[in-house]
Each structure stands twice: as structure tokens, then as C-alpha cells.
Write a protein that binds this ligand. Structure first.
Ligand SMILES: *[C@@H]1O[C@H](CO)[C@@H](O)[C@H](O)[C@H]1NC(C)=O
Ligand SMILES: *[C@@H]1O[C@H](CO)[C@@H](O)[C@H](O)[C@H]1NC(C)=O
Ligand SMILES: *[C@@H]1O[C@H](CO)[C@@H](O)[C@H](O)[C@H]1NC(C)=O
Length: 774
């Protein structure tokens, strides 16, 4: 605060002065400008909650209600500027939302790969750096007047439960540990390093158990997800708990879906008891857009708009994306459905976040941490390189018959480039994108490597209702190499649109097969898809020599693909989601159960519970080099066994091993029980490259809803050809050995567990005090 701090004046006088300030000099577009009269809410020495409470206490009832939607009105008499809460930054800043625009000095932003591809790197550093870069670009836009908010409603940390989900590619996949780690890394990057001033505010969405947009008329707006306590505890909720707890996200978004009969945005147990009470949310709860209106109009949960507004606000929902609460809030108050105190609690949460963003500290451009970011920090060389690096790191090599890949840059002859995704800028992006800094399609990328490129799209778009097979075959016949760029796009999968098939759409398969038959050598098939596809036909076709999955790879995707195909980058991506065969679509999308039910033929979901045939399994991914891994883990040390012996365990009902309650063990003893597991990894050549080591746990059996296996952790390591390294994993029994009981309680069996990185190399970990470590 400036020199006027400490002057005590009556509130009426302050108001008059603020009005004069505004009228006289023209009010700056921010509050608490230097020289403004002292008001408590501008006093940076006070805790934000006190400042926010002071501000809220000065608002009239009408002004309060005007703050309850994503477009929040200005309160000029207090110098409070208007604010737009809704911005998106899923894999780069986005045109969705109302908070940012791209029509000034900055017209382009860095478009990183869609999240599922980035997740495939299994490299937390990359996830953090992407979050950080998006946060920097948001601050830059804000500083130059192209953003009216810094609250970003990303990341999407729902579990990718069903392969058909049109938003699955927005998520980090099907594994709760991977999604949790992604959430923490991305949120930390986005929110920045300062404990006091947020770079931007991140929002973990969509809580919880939301992963269906439209299945045969059941849509997200009216879907009631029936979820077991066991699945909630070990699958749907962990990413949100990590996002809020470890990641310290300042927002959680409640979903459209109802969970076990209660719309998420109207659920006091979820929003208040769980997010705030159990997970310690410091921040606000946003609703998905128009989710509050839909609590009545879609879910039919409350009879009137006023009841709906009151129920959701009292449940702990703070920010209604939309204007339903603004429109009906006053009437709800007048009718006594809620009180001014309910509104105040919400507003304190909201203004606290605005204050943590530094918005009531004078001019944001003089913020010491973020004030200097400007147009040059958007699409900077560093951000563009990161977009390329992330795409390369995620790309997964699925098939590589002897010698097909890599191609040699200088010796490759004429090359046919075939497919609807070869030169479509849209196929690089996926849901939620902004105008990219640059667009390197696969065709453009390849032109830097091959002199004689002959392009034939084969179909107009990915729907591929009819294929120009004759033309494509002629090009394939006349060239030395053939690379096909096939897959999906927003035509099959996007928000509001789930896929109906896992096969390549339309005539794509017959086109690929015809081209493969005609080509001089085995062809290379590059798949640009959001989610998994059933390409069994290609896996077993000897005329298809290589298959590469490139997700939706972002602005530099075409260059990243060329780098991989020509061996300038040794692929190390691993699939973050199971690739099921087409027959999987007989499973109703609405069946939320993760666990299989053999009695009724229900196959279960994800690598943790599904035991049926797969096209490619979770964690699958090849390299141009051969790597080997050896695991050494000794389990609990002597003093840890003694600690274990001092804990009480609960006998199992079925006469099996007794178990320990994780909550009863408590954080301190959980910390003491951690032990290391070491993996020796070696690159046997011939190329340098990265290797992601995925460590799993399995139980002696999969009874009682125990997963068949569960990821413990992962590490990505660069190794030159011939190089070895040892990677240490911290195994925490409370986190990694625990399992959810049917009632949702997390427990650890007092019995053996098995760690493995390869299926034939296991280490037995005994969590039984009476047995000595091996
Ligand atoms: C509320 O939002 C709806 C839909 O965007 C719009 O049609 C309506 O005019 C808005 N009402 C008010 C009072 O702002
Ligand atoms: C399965 O494993 C658990 C925990 O190790 C054990 O208690 C139980 O007896 C086993 N059940 C069967 C059927 O083997
Ligand atoms: C390879 O691993 C190193 C750490 O050993 C990491 O810094 C780098 O980002 C990784 N690169 C890729 C392409 O994954």
C-alpha cells in the first residue's frame, strides 16, 4: 500500500472518495491503485480471507448477487473491476470460455499436444513445464489487456473409463495414479511457484465420476452415475484428492452428472465435507457451465429455480458458470430459501481467489513475479520447443517389423503420403484449443525429410464415407515408401459426442489394406486419434510394417512425427489407456462399474480389472533400442517390521489375511513405512533414447475387488546405447499397497504383495509383522 495507508476514515467517506477517484481521473482497470484511500480489503498485510470478508461486507445485497456468475459485474463505487471467471487452458490457452481473446497484439498461443498424448510420455517434468508455460501465456495476455480473468478451468482429471468417451483425450488416461500425478504436476506449473501469489488459478474438473457425454440418448445432463463406494475410493476420486491436496489447486469443478442420485453440484457431502473437509480445498467450487440450471431442468432434483440456487449454494458450490444464480438469487433470498450468510460464505471464497491472484494489490503489471510477462512470452521459442518436445515424448511405437523404421533421412526415395489426417491442421488439436503459433502438419513435417513427396488424402475427412482408393493405390504403386495418416477427429469424438465404434471410421480400413497390397514395401501407418482404436487388422497384416500412435499432437505434431519416423528421436511413449477390441462396445457406457462381474459377463474396465483380449495393453510401447530392467526391492526393514507389529489389524471376515486401516496408521507412520525399490535399467542399443519404467503391484489374488495389478509409479530416464542406470522408486505402503474395501475404506492386507516391472521379474513384499523380510 502507498502513503495513504493508516488513514482512518468513515466508510461513507471512503465510498465518496472512491467515487470521486473514478469520476475525476478515470478509474484504472484494477482496484487498490497506489494513492487510493485506505480500505482494509486493500491492505496486503492482512490475510486474504479477512480482506475478502471486508470487501464482501461493503457490498449491497444486489451487488452480492451480481457476483455469483462467471461474468461478474464491476462495483465501481468500491473500485472493484468486472471479472470473467471462465478461461480454459487444457493444452494451451483456448478460445472456449469468455475470459480471453486473441484479437490484439497476441493472436496466437502455444498449442501443446492434447493431454492423452502428453500423458504417454510418463514424464512429470514435461507435465509441469506445460502447465507453467500456459500460466505464463495467460499472465502475458492479462498484462497486455487481452484477458479479463486468470481463473483457468483446467485440468480435466476424470478417469478415462470407457474408450468411446469423446473427451477421453482431454484426460491423462485410465490409471488413477497416472492421472493423480498429472494433476499435481500440471496444477503446480499453472499456479506458479509462489505460496502467496498465484500465477493463475487452476481448476480440477469434473468432480466426480463424469465420463459420458452421450450414449444412446443418455446424456451428461441427465445421467445418474451409479458408482460403488469401492470404485469411488480407488478410481474416480483419487485424482481429485491429489489435485486439491498435493497439487493445492484453488478450484474444483462439479460435474453435470448425478452420482448415486444426487447431482454433483448439489451434493453437500461431496463439495463441503469431502473437498473442503477431507481434502482441505482452499479456493472455490465452480459449476460446469449451466450445471446449476440443469440441476432442475436436466436432473429434476429441485422443483423451482430458487430451491435449486439455494440447494447448490448451501451444498458448497460457489461459482455458477452461467447466470442462473444471478438471475434467481434475489428471489431465493426473498423467499427465505437461503440467507445472506450463505451468499457471503461463497463470496469470501471467490474474492479470496481473486486476491490470491494479486488483483487487489494495485496494477497487476507491477507484480514482481508476473508483471513483466508480455507478448514476447507467448509463442516464445522455449514454448514452441516444449510443444515439440512433448509431442515427441508422447508418441507411441506400436508395431515395427524388422527394419521398417526408422527411415533414413538422406536415402529415402519417393514417398507417398496418404490419408485424411496428413494435412489437416484440425487433426493436430483435439478439444479446447486456441489459435496455434504455427501449424506443422505431418505432410509439412515430412517435406523437410523427403524430396519427392506425393500426397493423396484418400478421403475428404476422417468419416471417409467414400474413399479415392484408385488414386491412392496408384500413388502407392509408383513410390518407394508409403506413409498413411489415418484415424479420427472431432467428427467422431469431441465434447458432447462419444464414439459409437472403436474401428477406424468409414472406408479407412479398406483404403489402408488396398494401399498396403499395392505398395512396394510394407507401409507405415500413423494414427492420429484421441482415444484408442481397434486396429487388429493392421497389427496382423504383414504388409503393414509399422504402426505409430500420435494422439492429437499439437502445433508441432508433424515435425515430431517426422523426427520419430526418421530416427532423430527414439520413441519412448507408452499407452496410458487400454486399447480394447471392437466387441467391447457391447458394454453399456452407462455401466460405471470398474470391477468385472463374470457371473453376468460384464468384463470390467481398464488394465486393473479387465481380463479380456486387448489390441494393445496399458503401458505398451516399443523403442528402436532394446532395454532391459531388473528389480530389487527388499521391502520393510527391521525397524519398520517392529512398527508394523505395534499396529492393530482387523481380522478378515473370510478367514484370510487380516488388514490394516490406512487412516488409523496415520500420515506420520505412513511416512515411516516407506521403503525403496531399485530398478536397474540398461539400453542394449543400437540407439540412444529414453525409457519409461512403469512399476506395478499385484496381490496374491484378485478376490474382494483387488485389482489384477496397480501402477505404483513411473520414471523416464535417458540412456545412451550401452548405458545403465539405477532408478529408485519410493514405495509407500499406505499409498501403493493399499486397496479399497467394498465400503470404500482403504486398507493394507497383512500379507504378501508383489512388485514388478516385467511380468517375469517380481519382488515379494511382505506386509506381515510375523514374517521376516527375505
Ligand atoms: C442469462 O443467460 C442466458 C443464456 O446465455 C441469456 O439468454 C439471458 O439473457 C441471460 N440473462 C440475464 C439476465 O443476463
Ligand atoms: C487372497 O489374498 C488375500 C490377501 O493376501 C488372502 O487373505 C486371501 O485368503 C486370498 N484368497 C484366496 C481365495 O486365495
Ligand atoms: C528423457 O529423459 C530425461 C531425463 O533422463 C528428460 O529430461 C527428458 O525430458 C526425456 N526426454 C524425452 C524426449 O522424453
Amino acid at each position: 500500500m502507498g502513503g495513504s495507508a493508516g488513514i482512518v476514515v468513515l466508510m461513507a467517506t471512503i465510498t465518496a472518495l472512491l467515487c470521486m477517484g473514478a469520476a475525476a481521473g478515470g478509474q484504472p482497470p484494477f482496484s487498490c491503485w497506489p494513492g487510493a484511500p485506505y480500505v482494509r480489503f486493500c491492505d496486503q498485510r492482512l490475510p486474504v480471507e479477512q480482506r475478502a470478508a471486508d470487501l464482501v461486507a461493503r457490498l449491497t445485497l444486489a451487488e452480492k448477487v451480481s457476483q455469483l456468475g462467471d461474468v461478474a459485474a464491476a462495483v465501481p463505487r468500491l473500485g472493484v473491476p468486472a471479472y470473467k471467471w471462465w478461461s480454459e487452458g487444457l493444452h494451451g490457452l483456448s478460445m472456449w470460455g469468455k475470459g480471453m481473446h486473441f484479437t490484439g497484439a497476441v493472436q496466437h498461443v502455444t498449442s501443446f499436444p492434447q493431454v492423452l498424448l502428453t500423458a504417454a510420455s510418463f514424464d512429470e517434468r514435461i507435465w509441469y513445464f506445460i502447465g507453467q508455460a500456459i500460466g505464463v501465456e495467460a499472465r502475458a495476455l492479462y498484462n497486455i489487456g487481452q484477458a479479463e480473468g486468470l481463473t483457468i478451468w483446467s485440468p480435466n482429471v476424470n478417469i478415462y473409463r470407457d474408450p468411446r468417451w469423446g473427451r477421453g483425450h482431454e484426460t491423462p488416461g485410465e490409471d488413477p495414479i497416472t492421472v493423480s500425478k498429472y494433476a499435481v504436476a500440471f496444477v503446480r506449473g499453472l499456479q506458479g511457484p509462489s505460496p502467496t501469489t498465484l500465477q493463475t488459478s487452476a481448476c480440477c474438473k469434473h468432480a466426480t465420476a463424469y465420463d459420458l457425454d452421450d450414449w444412446r440418448g443418455t446424456v451428461r445432463y441427465n445421467f445418474n452415475a451409479r458408482v460403488t463406494p469401492q470404485d469411488l475410493a480407488d478410481t474416480f476420486n483419487p485424482p481429485f484428492r491429489s489435485c486439491v491436496g498435493e497439487g493445492q489447486a484453488s478450484c474444483v469443478m462439479c460435474a453435470y452428472t448425478a452420482v448415486n442420485g444426487v447431482p454433483a453440484c448439489a451434493d453437500y457431502n461431496l463439495l463441503t465435507k469431502t473437498f473442503r473437509g477431507q481434502w482441505g480445498l482452499k479456493g472455490y467450487v465452480a459449476s460446469d457451465c449451466d450445471a446449476i440450471a440443469l440441476v432442475r431442468d436436466g436432473q429434476h432434483f429441485r422443483p423451482t429455480p430458487e430451491d435449486t440456487v439455494a440447494t447448490t449454494l448451501k451444498a458448497g458450490m460457489d461459482m455458477n458458470c452461467g447466470n442462473y444464480t444471478q438471475v434467481h438469487g434475489m428471489a431465493a433470498l426473498r423467499q427465505g430459501k437461503m440467507t445472506e450468510r450463505d451468499v457471503d460464505r461463497t463470496l469470501i471464497n471467490l474474492f479470496s481467489v481473486r486476491m490470491r491472484l494479486g488483483h487487489f494489490n494495485g496494477d497487476p503489471r507491477s507484480n514482481p513475479l508476473y508483471g513483466h510477462f508480455g507478448a514476447n512470452d507467448v509463442c516464445s521459442p522455449a514454448h514452441k520447443n516444449l510443444a515439440l518436445h512433448a509431442a515427441k515424448s508422447g508418441i507411441v511405437l506400436l508395431k515395427n517389423d524388422a527394419g521398417t523404421l526408422p527411415l533414413r533421412r538422406w536415402t529415402v526415395g519417393s514417398t507417398a503420403v496418404i490419408g485424411p489426417n496428413a494435412n489437416d491442421p484440425g487433426a493436430l488439436l483435439g478439444n479446447y484449443f486456441g489459435p496455434p503459433c504455427e501449424t506443422i502438419t505431418p505432410l509439412l513435417g515430412l517435406k523437410g525429410y523427403v524430396k519427392d513427396v506425393r500426397f493423396e488424402p484418400g478421403c475428404i475427412d476422417t468419416a471417409c464415407w467414400s474413399a479415392a482408393t484408385g488414386k491412392a493405390v496408384a500413388v502407392a504403386r509408383s513410390t518407394d515408401h508409403v506413409i498413411l495418416f489415418m484415424g479420427t477427429s472431432h467428427v467422431q469424438e469431441e465434447e458432447g459426442r462419444d464414439r459409437t465404434s472403436l474401428l477406424l471410421p468409414g472406408q479407412q480400413q479398406s483404403l489402408i489394406e488396398a494401399v498396403a497390397r499395392a505398395a512396394k514395401r510394407p507401409v507405415i501407418l500413423v494414427l492420429l486419434t484421441g482415444g484408442p482404436v481397434d486396429v487388429t487388422f493392421a497389427k496382423f497384416n504383414p504388409k503393414i510394417g509399422a504402426i505409430v500412435w500420435a494422439g492429437y499432437p499439437g502445433q508441432a505434431g508433424g515435425l515430431a512425427i517426422a523426427n520419430v519416423l526418421f530416427g532423430e528421436h527414439n520413441p519412448s511413449g507408452r499407452l496410458p489407456v487400454t486399447w480394447y477390441p471392437e466387441e467391447y462396445i457391447r458394454v453399456p457406457m452407462t455401466d460405471m462399474r470398474m470391477r468385472a462381474d463374470p457371473a453376468t459377463g460384464y468384463p470390467g474396465r481398464s488394465y486393473r480389472f479387465y481380463r479380456g483380449p486387448v489390441v494393445y495393453k496399458f503401458g505398451y510401447g516399443l523403442s528402436y533400442s532394446r532395454f532391459s530392467r531388473r528389480l530389487a526391492a527388499s521391502g520393510l526393514a527391521g525397524h519398520q517390521k517392529s512398527l508394523l507389529a505395534s499396529l492393530t489389524s482387523t481380522p478378515a471376515a473370510d478367514g484370510g489375511a487380516s488388514h490394516y486401516d490406512v487412516e488409523e496408521i496415520g500420515p506420520e507412520r505412513c511416512e515411516q513405512l516407506k521403503f525403496p525399490a531399485v530398478v536397474e535399467v540398461e539400453n542394449h542399443g543400437p540407439m540412444d533414447g529414453n525409457h519409461s519404467v512403469l512399476m506395478f503391484l499385484r496381490w496374491p489374488n484378485a478376490t474382494g475387488g483387488r485389482p489384477a495389478s496397480q501402477l505404483v509409479g513411473f520414471q523416464s530416464q535417458h540412456l545412451e546405447a550401452g548405458e545403465k542406470a539405477s532408478l529408485t522408486f519410493d514405495v509407500s505402503p499406505c499409498e501403493h499397497l493399499s486397496r479399497a474395501r467394498e465400503d470404500g475404506k482403504m486398507v493394507i492386507d497383512g500379507a504378501s504383495h508383489f512388485l514388478f516391472v516385467d511380468e517375469d521379474d517380481e519382488a515379494e513384499i511382505s506386509f506381515d509383522a510375523s514374517i521376516n523380510s527375505p
